[in-house]
Design a protein. Structure first.
Ligand code: FPP
Length: 246
């Protein structure tokens, strides 16, 4: 639902987080609550991706990372997995032009291997189409796991050591950050999880080290602009210390 009231007056527009990451949880419970099959919950969730992406862009958020499908989500029934991927290709096909027109750059974070060819192809096309856009990065974490990302980074670094290109004592935090899936897309300022679960679920383990975490009881399909604005107000009330003193 679009909110025409404008931004929450408590929000400080000079302190909008640069990078927001969202664990979009609760589609299934939303469907159950409204007496519909789980697939309807995911459809409502996909519509909300568009709403919240637009709201973040309008606020001046520079990067938005969305957890759409984890390496663990393959454990769901084949029927649910198929319907999720189906929905993703449909959404990307439908919104590619709009993503491009609004100057948003789409990024994919995760393993392309294992994704259905059509999904991987559609994402790649949209990534290519939008590669020079500058308003905001929208990063879809698809077939993504934080531990796997760190393991892959360790492997790439180990290969360089093995080939004599790097000495172990020269490996720094920057080296590791430079070998993540999207090296330029590192630090998360605000991590939001919808539907009330207090868990990280293997999402962006490196990048959230100093993120402020806000867990909201709202189910993802109901997480509208007003709820987003409330979350930003909560973020702005926090005292970010990065391990130092205030
Ligand atoms: C969690 O709800 C949500 C997911 C596993 C998938 C997220 C996918 C979407 C929002 C739709 C498509 C995305 C894009 C990028 C177009 P759940 O099923 O775990 O809910 P539950 O915990 O209530 O069962």
């Amino acid at each position: 639902m679009t909110n025409n009231k404008g931004p929450d007056p408590r929000m400080d527009m000079a302190r909008i987080p640069r990078h927001v990451a969202i664990i979009m949880d609760g589609n299934g419970r939303w469907a159950k609550r409204t007496g519909q099959p789980r697939s309807k919950g995911h459809e409502a969730g996909a519509r909300n991706v568009r709403e919240i992406t637009e709201a973040c862009r309008e606020l001046g958020v520079k990067a938005l990372s969305l957890f759409a499908f984890s390496t663990e989500n393959w454990r769901r029934s084949k029927r649910e997995v198929d319907s999720l991927f189906n929905l993703m290709t449909k959404s990307i096909k439908r919104y590619s032009d709009q993503i491009h027109k609004t100057n948003v750059r789409l990024l994919h974070m995760g393993l392309s291997d294992g994704l259905p060819a059509e999904v991987a192809g559609d994402i790649q096309k949209c990534v290519e189409l939008t590669r020079n856009n500058t308003a905001m990065d929208v990063c879809i974490a698809l077939n993504y796991g934080g531990r796997r990302e760190l393991t892959d980074a360790a492997r790439k670094i180990a290969r360089q050591v093995q080939q004599g290109e790097l000495r172990p004592e020269d490996i720094t935090e920057e080296t590791l950050a430079a070998h993540l899936y999207l090296p330029g897309h590192s630090e998360v300022d605000l991590l939001i999880r919808t539907s009330g679960e207090n868990r990280i679920s293997n999402f962006m383990l490196w990048q959230i080290s100093y993120a402020e975490i806000v867990v909201t009881p709202t189910l993802w399909p109901d997480f509208n602009r007003d709820r987003l604005h409330e979350t930003l107000v909560e973020y702005q009330s926090r005292n970010r210390r990065f391990g130092g003193r205030p």
